[in-house]
Ligand binder design. Structure first.
Ligand code: HEC
Ligand code: HEC
Length: 308
């Protein structure tokens, strides 16, 4: 995106009569039995080649849904090549993965299952583990009415669980619904967030997750390592350092930040963003206010995790 386009977009976002950020609905239709089964699969290390790794290993759904390590470790304690993003509210992303290579959550799962440094499995081996377990056989029989469990059932249940991983009732959402007030500083942070143009890329229900943008729109961003950015998919030079804009929901819980995990605190992430993606330097107080605003984006723990 060039600078002129950036300002046109900013003006359109701000002049839109609607609030540029939408609250997460308090309640979403989910298939509870499938989601509970999906939760069990999500947390089961038997779906990895050395029984060491589950989805939970790299996506701590109890605490923000991401990984507090810079890069995650999968089977054989091998490290991945990019920081693990959150799975909370991933249902609201327009596509999945940092470079948006998967069109939805169903397509996304093939990634970690087959990745040699994550689960290192294939569909046949997943089916073998499932069909050798009497407990899974009973559950899939009851929910899907099948004798032989297929990989597609496994995927379907995990996606049902992921769809249940939404986090309503953040203080900011309550504010949007007129239920609570923000403090002066939090409100100031939101105003700065809009006025300075963060809102151009971080907007909508997920406050991100709905577009691909360059890391370094205003100042070139350099990393010592090469990451699988959008150019890996499109082979276009102009897509170097282009990533899916991450959601800012529950951002206070998901340090470290960025695809390269280079920012260890929210302060640092906000400073880096304003420098590289807006070409401005914010004062310490302004950064603090924005961080206070970002802290209001932490929602409820997904109710599926607390239910039976
Ligand atoms: C070894 C660590 C690891 C394991 C195990 C793992 N993931 Fe991930 N996950 C990652 C990383 C790293 C990414 C980002 C990869 C990328 O974008 O190229 C990711 C991305 C995702 C995304 C996309 C989120 C977004 O905003 O784009 C979803 C959804 C997801 N994983 C779900 C799962 C599920 C479901 C499982 C289990 C079947 C799983 N993951 C297992 C590390 C892991
Ligand atoms: C031009 C689009 C754009 C603008 C403007 C922008 N961001 Fe971002 N933001 C991104 C992209 C892309 C990433 C991912 C960058 C990466 O990982 O290298 C990101 C990442 C972040 C992250 C880290 C998220 C995570 O999970 O790692 C935070 C926090 C953030 N932005 C806050 C802000 C704030 C605050 C502003 C305004 C000062 C802002 N952004 C302005 C596109 C933008």
């Amino acid at each position: 995106m060039n600078k002129l386009l950036f300002f046109i977009l900013l003006l359109t976002t701000l002049s839109n009569a609607q609030e540029p950020i939408l609250p997460i609905p308090k309640q979403s239709e989910i298939d509870h039995p499938k989601a509970k089964l999906g939760q069990e699969l999500f947390m089961d290390t038997r779906f990895s080649s050395d029984n060491s790794t589950s989805c939970l290993s790299c996506h701590n759904v109890y605490e923000g849904g991401a990984d507090s390590r810079d890069v995650s470790l999968g089977v054989g304690a091998q490290s991945g090549d990019i920081h693990s993003p959150t799975v909370l509210n991933a249902r609201y992303n327009f596509r999945q993965f940092w470079n948006a290579r998967a069109k939805d959550l169903v397509e996304q799962i093939d990634g970690p299952i087959h990745n040699p440094v994550e689960h290192n499995m294939d569909a046949k081996r997943v089916e073998k583990v499932l069909n050798e377990s009497t407990s899974y056989q009973e559950k899939f029989q009851e929910i899907y009415g099948v004798q032989k469990i297929l990989y597609s059932h496994f995927v379907d249940a995990i996606v049902a669980f992921e769809n249940a991983l939404y986090t309503p009732n953040a203080k900011f959402d309550k504010y949007l619904r007129g239920e609570v007030q923000l403090s002066e500083k939090e409100k100031e942070g939101y105003t700065l967030f809009k006025q300075n143009g963060c809102i151009t890329c971080h907007n909508g229900i997920n406050i991100g997750g709905n577009s691909l943008q360059k890391m370094g729109t205003f100042k070139e961003y350099k990393t010592p390592k090469i990451f699988p950015d959008r150019s890996f998919i499109t082979k276009k030079e102009s897509h170097k350092n282009v990533f899916k804009v991450p959601t800012l929901r529950n951002i206070a819980l998901t340090a470290p930040y960025f695809h390269d995990a280079s920012a260890k605190t929210l302060q640092e992430a906000v400073e880096t963003m304003s420098h590289f993606n807006l070409g401005i330097r914010l004062s310490k107080e302004e950064v603090t206010s924005i961080v206070l605003f970002l802290n209001t984006l932490t929602g409820d723990t997904p109710s599926i995790l607390e239910s039976h």
